[in-house]
Design a protein around this ligand. Structure first.
Ligand code: 6R9
Length: 656
């Protein structure tokens, strides 16, 4: 099956919009086209050189051991400490007074943490974990809001070689229990609660409940940060307050060097379907690529930039581009606890104005939400400090890309659309801001040192201008090493569909220049009258209509066409649900993509079901469109969304 291989579909790639890098940025860029050349000449030597950006206790002499594929070892004879690389070495280099974190709490409280303070805090937390009996190799579950202690806890674990498993603060007791049990965690680090949408929201009760479930018996301590001050049930002998044990520790802690292949963290991904998989990342290769890609893709100048990644710490983006990438590069960054519309819809832009943020990394879902609220909201704030914008998590529709550049980036900032996954650990496909002439909606090229392509059903590379499956053809330093406790599932999930190639699960297309356009998960591809149609293309066509802010399409079974396209749309601020709208949108899609891609049904909705990282859960929309009982909703941000959508649905044409 080729994704969207139907040549008759005129598509949005044909648009002639191109943006060359600003001359000033290109002239001073951290990374130039030279890196592509070096990596092409000798990929392994290229990565060995990037590993030397880090500080090693024992420098590696080996680069890649691929003798037992797909189980990779990178820099296997080297030793280093990740926390030392993210914190201490910047203090030793004389940057102790540099701000590491500008923390902004949702209620408006703020706190500044310098690199020297971060080193002391991480050292105290490492000593506290050691006092609680945590040893190298023990797993620690972290279930915290977006507060500095989340960053400190992760780094403290890394410092003592205890792999962390961060669980989203929004996940239920069930989801938490499954993850604690699967990783066999010994300690849980949590808080009484955090602030969300203007209110304190409790976290500790979910931990208490999770720890009554089978498989969690090995948890001996629960370390609790006081954030909200709300009343908190207490289990004596097990629960300890952070403020009782951490501040009294010595701020001296000697970081121990760990093997490059020592486990650094487990992060569970359910994607949008199925039982969570514990993705295992290790130390040296992960940090090499997280650090290099952050330096290259965001062009970070640690002395002058203020960087802000809006992701949650419970998502891989928070791991690689709040904690390990930026801190290893000595960045100054903003950490924000809350939601974008509390107490008003300009909160993000107010934060950018306050801290003079120069690099912003966020998700298409957030951009489309801002489009829905209208451009007059950001227009009220001074965003002139911004010089680079990034996007991650989903394909970004050309329309949202243009809006982002125009209304947030003053029609001047480059946009880097970064494709990667929990499994890849770091960015794989992205423009380089000082090199690439960008095309709205395309992630464009594999980064230097990364080998990716698009292949057909038989595993043959497709020619330019065609679609298929996105695969990675060579191992990369920050690749997952396995699924925790399940090597067979690792093989089956990623390496069995195509021989010797990692299949990412995404459909993609190469344009006439060979640039890559992501087309969504192949599981979501729709089959209409024998034609494969990508969700991304139809959604982009819908969003290119002035009345539509956001769209999700699914294929619902249909007696005549196999599947028929059902589109759920969120209208822009000023647009209303007037008569004839559905017909107008159908006609618009037909004009953009051809009649075959025309949605059969169009349903205006107020919200779409999304995961915590903002990905649309099309599986649930398919359930609705086919009148089925809803599947697993545990990873949904807001479970009331589905009730709202279902209540809007006119008696759907079922299997008739
Ligand atoms: C980092 C992250 C991975 C899946 C991935 C793909 C989608 C992420 C994207 C993108 C198109 C981009 N995805 N970035 N699709 N363009 N720039 O999101 O990790 O949560 O594991 O999700 O997200 O479908 O396969 P994760």
């Amino acid at each position: 099956m080729g994704v969207s291989s139907n040549e008759s579909l005129a598509n949005l790639l044909k648009e002639e919009r191109r943006f060359a890098p600003p001359a000033e940025l290109a002239a001073a860029a951290n990374v130039t086209a030279e890196d592509y050349k070096k990596a092409a000449a000798d990929r392994l030597e290229f990565w060995a050189a990037k590993a030397r950006r880090l500080t090693w206790d024992i420098a590696p002499t080996e680069t890649l051991d691929w003798s037992n594929p797909p189980f990779a070892k990178w820099f296997a004879d080297g030793k280093l400490n990740v926390a030392y690389n993210c914190v201490d070495r910047h203090v030793e280099a004389g940057h102790g007074d540099r701000v590491a974190l500008h923390f902004e709490g949702e209620p408006g409280d703020s706190r500044t943490v310098t690199y020297a303070e971060l080193r002391d805090e991480v050292s105290r937390a490492a000593n506290a974990l050691t006092e609680l009996g945590v040893k190298a190799g023990d797993r620690v579950a972290i279930y915290l809001p977006m507060i500095p202690e989340a960053v400190i806890a992760m780094l403290a674990c890394a410092r003592i070689g205890a792999p962390h498993s961060v669980v989203f603060g929004g996940f239920s007791a069930d989801a938490l229990a499954t993850r604690i049990a699967d990783a066999d965690a010994r300690v849980v680090i949590t808080a009484d609660g955090g602030y969300r949408r203007g209110k304190p929201s409790a976290l500790k009760p979910a931990v208490d409940e999770a720890l009554t479930r089978p498989g969690t018996e090995e948890v001996r301590s629960v370390l609790v940060v006081r954030r909200t001050g709300q009343e908190t049930a207490w289990t004596e002998g097990r629960d300890v307050w952070w403020h009782d044990v951490v501040p009294r520790q010595s701020e001296q802690h000697t970081p121990q060097a760990f093997d490059a292949e020592h486990p650094l963290f487990i992060l569970y991904t359910s994607g949008t379907t199925g039982k969570p998989k514990g993705i295992l990342h290790t130390t040296g290769g992960y940090l090499t690529q997280a650090s290099y890609t952050h330096h290259a893709v965001f062009d970070l100048k640690p002395e002058t930039d203020v960087y802000w990644c809006t992701a949650d710490i419970g998502w891989v983006t928070g791991h690689s581009y709040i904690v390990y990438g930026p801190l290893s590069n000595g960045a100054t960054q903003v950490l924000y606890e809350g939601t974008p519309d509390t107490p008003h819809q300009g909160r993000w832009w107010e934060i950018i104005q306050k801290y003079r943020v120069s690099i912003l990394y966020t998700a298409p879902t957030a951009i489309r939400t801002c489009m829905k609220w209208g451009e007059d909201v950001p227009a009220k704030f001074d965003l002139s400090s911004l010089r680079l914008l990034g996007s991650v998590g989903e394909p970004i529709n050309p329309e949202a890309w243009i809006w982002y550049r125009k209304h947030i980036g003053a029609d001047r900032t480059p946009i880097v659309d970064t494709w990667w996954q929990t499994e890849t650990g770091a960015i794989m496909i992205s423009p380089l801001p000082g090199v690439t002439t960008t095309k709205p909606g395309s992630a464009q090229n594999p980064l230097p040192g990364i080998s990716a392509t698009v292949i057909d059903d038989e595993g043959n590379e497709v020619p330019n201008g065609s679609g298929g499956y996105l695969v990675l053809t060579e191992p990369w330093p920050s690749m997952l090493r396995t699924i925790w406790g399940d090597d067979q599932r690792y093989l089956d999930t990623y390496w069995s569909r195509f021989e010797n190639r990692y299949f990412a699960g995404d459909g993609a297309k190469k344009d006439d220049d060979g640039d890559i356009w992501l087309l969504g998960r192949v599981d979501d591809v729709m089959l209409v009258s024998g034609h494969n149609i990508s969700t991304t293309e139809v959604e982009s066509a819908l969003v290119s209509h002035p009345k539509v802010a956001e769209a999700a399409v699914v294929g619902a079974s249909d007696p005549t066409t196999g599947q028929a396209i059902a589109a759920f749309v969120i209208l822009r601020g000023s647009a209303t649900e007037e008569e004839g709208l559905a017909e107008e949108l159908r006609a618009h899609v037909a004009k953009e993509l051809g009649p075959i891609a025309k949605p059969k049904r169009i349903l205006p909705v107020a919200e779409l079901p999304k995961t915590r990282s903002g990905k649309i859960m099309r599986r649930l929309l398919r359930d609705v469109a086919e009148n089925r009982q809803l599947g697993d909703v545990t990873t949904l941000t807001d479970s009331t969304v589905m009730e709202l959508i279902q209540s809007k649905l006119p008696a759907a044409p079922s299997e008739d």
